[in-house]
Design a protein around this ligand. Structure first.
Ligand code: CP3
Length: 350
């Protein structure tokens, strides 16, 4: 819905749709975060939840990040944990730790007690935030919505706090598959409903964060996760571009593609040339600079940005990004340098 005389920067949506963009689009996971002075100022006397629940503040951090970096897309300010509250899961986001759940979900009874999400009642503030953000962006760049994926959400609510090995989660998966499948079904329904509501409130694309699923083997992914992710992807098919994100998961690449995303986000552990070869045109590729290179800056960073672009020549569907979120001590000027280099290099080629 463009206003007359105003044209949106469509490079991100063009790339997602495998059309030739004016330049390769760039955005960063956690682009609205602690590395940005304007965000730190807002965080001085507030929590992530305070900001997320206030549409005026939430929309402001999105737009501040877009303006500070000149990126080609914004991402809504929320957290993957928010809709879980509507299902009856109480949690806090602890500074420097992450989400901590008051009563973890471990048994069949716990799973049975989960409620279905009522989007408007439970997370109406997210949709108000989307509307406020769209208004502030004023059709300058597209807005990405997101949700955690069922496995990663299960990881947080079963463990009760961030965990490297997800022992308890996998223990439920192997030891009580019936309860596991009921939990994943409930989360899949929630995620599909939540993302559909974000789309109906105007987000232009969605990203599904399955941040921790890289801890599974391909055969376990097939048995315990694949169908759920595929169901979510299918439920959004044809509406907006769908991006699938996971880090540290090269061995699951083909299966992620099989779930049907428009774009697959990969990290630096997989050379992007290999991602292009393995995708075989089935999905665009997002990535894949190491966030530590963005932190370090300098010649190493510039060289790797150049190399990623070089390896992506001739491939439609490249969305330039980091392999994971922006690290807290990253100088904003490094990110601005990346955006500028990607835009200039790829514009010259067009
Ligand atoms: O700019 C953006 O990327 C949008 C905002 C956003 C937040 N969380 C706000 C937030 C997004 C996209 C998320 C997603 C999210 N949240 C994920 C998936 C992405 C990933 O990194 O794999 C996960 C796993 C979470 C859960 C979570 N929330 C963690 C692990 C943390 C970090 C805790 C810490 O202090 O280091 C949070 C807190 C959080 N959510 C922050 C932000 C900007 C950082 C803390 C803060 O600003 O106080």
């Amino acid at each position: 819905m463009l206003r007359e005389g105003v044209s949106m920067n469509t490079t991100f949506l063009d790339a997602c749709g495998k059309k030739e963009p004016l330049h390769t689009p760039v955005w960063f996971m956690r682009q609205a975060g602690r590395y940005l002075p304007s965000y730190r100022a807002m965080k001085a006397n507030r929590s992530v939840m305070d900001i997320a629940r206030d549409p005026t503040l939430a929309s402001q951090v999105v737009v501040d990040a877009v303006n500070a970096l000149d990126v080609d897309a914004g991402i809504i300010f929320a957290d993957i944990m928010l809709p879980l509250e509507g299902m009856g899961v109480e949690f806090k986001i602890e500074e420097n730790v992450g989400p901590v759940v008051t009563r973890p979900i471990r048994t069949a009874e716990d799973v049975n007690s989960l409620r279905a999400l009522s989007p408007q009642e439970d997370v109406g503030y997210v949709f108000d935030g989307i509307e406020a953000t769209l208004q502030k962006l004023d059709d300058s760049v597209p807005l990405i919505g997101f949700s955690g994926a069922p496995f990663t959400l299960a990881g947080y609510i079963v463990e009760g706090r961030p965990s490297r090995d997800l022992e308890k989660t996998k223990q439920m998966m192997y030891g009580d598959p019936e309860t596991w499948h009921r939990l994943m079904s409930a989360l899949t329904r929630m995620v599909s409903t939540y993302l559909a509501a974000q789309v109906s409130h105007g987000v232009d694309a969605v990203q599904l964060f399955d941040s921790w699923v890289g801890c599974l083997s391909p055969s376990d992914y097939e048995k315990y996760v694949f169908e759920y992710t595929k169901t979510i992807m299918r439920s959004l098919g044809g509406k907006v571009p769908r991006i699938h994100f996971c880090a540290n998961s090269s061995s699951l690449f083909e299966q992620f593609i099989g779930t049907g995303p428009d774009v697959l986000s990969v990290d630096w552990r997989l050379p992007i040339s290999e991602a292009w070869n393995r995708s075989k045109g089935r999905a665009g590729i997002q990535g894949n600079l190491d966030p530590v290179l963005a932190l370090a800056g300098g010649e190493s960073m510039r060289r790797e940005v150049g190399s990623i672009l070089e390896q992506s020549i001739g491939h439609l569907g490249h969305v330039f990004s980091l392999g994971h979120g922006v690290l807290r001590d990253t100088p904003p000027e490094n990110l601005r340098g990346i955006v500028k280099a990607v835009h200039e290099t790829t514009r010259q080629r067009a």
